[in-house]
Design a protein. Structure first.
Length: 104
């Protein structure tokens, strides 16, 4: 009976150690992901490269009105300085800051 209790106790300790180590490895893997994948909010506006990745459906390196969404779509004609119907990096860099809606 004593041997059975000792075997059970050793097994429980081993199981606990393996389980803790596994959780620690998962936590380390989570910390190594980029901040955006961890759910952290990005500070400041997105870069042009990020906008292309998210919105440039035809991968032509510029954004058409049909491809954009959000505040960029709302202010498209203001941002499109040369009026060609596309947004390029220089136009976004020189775009006025979007007007924020008042908080209620």
């Amino acid at each position: 009976m004593k041997n059975l209790i000792k075997t059970f106790a050793i097994g429980a300790i081993a199981f606990t150690m393996v389980s803790c180590n596994s959780q620690k490895q998962q936590a380390n893997n989570t910390d190594q992901r980029p901040a955006q994948q961890q759910g952290a909010r990005q500070q400041g506006p997105p870069t042009f490269a990020q906008l292309l990745t998210e919105m440039d459906a035809n991968k032509d390196g510029k954004l058409a009105k049909s491809e954009v969404k959000g505040p960029i779509a709302n202010d498209f004609s203001t941002i499109d300085a040369n009026g060609d119907g596309f947004l390029v990096e220089s136009e976004l860099a020189n775009a006025p800051a979007p007007q924020r809606q008042g908080r209620r």
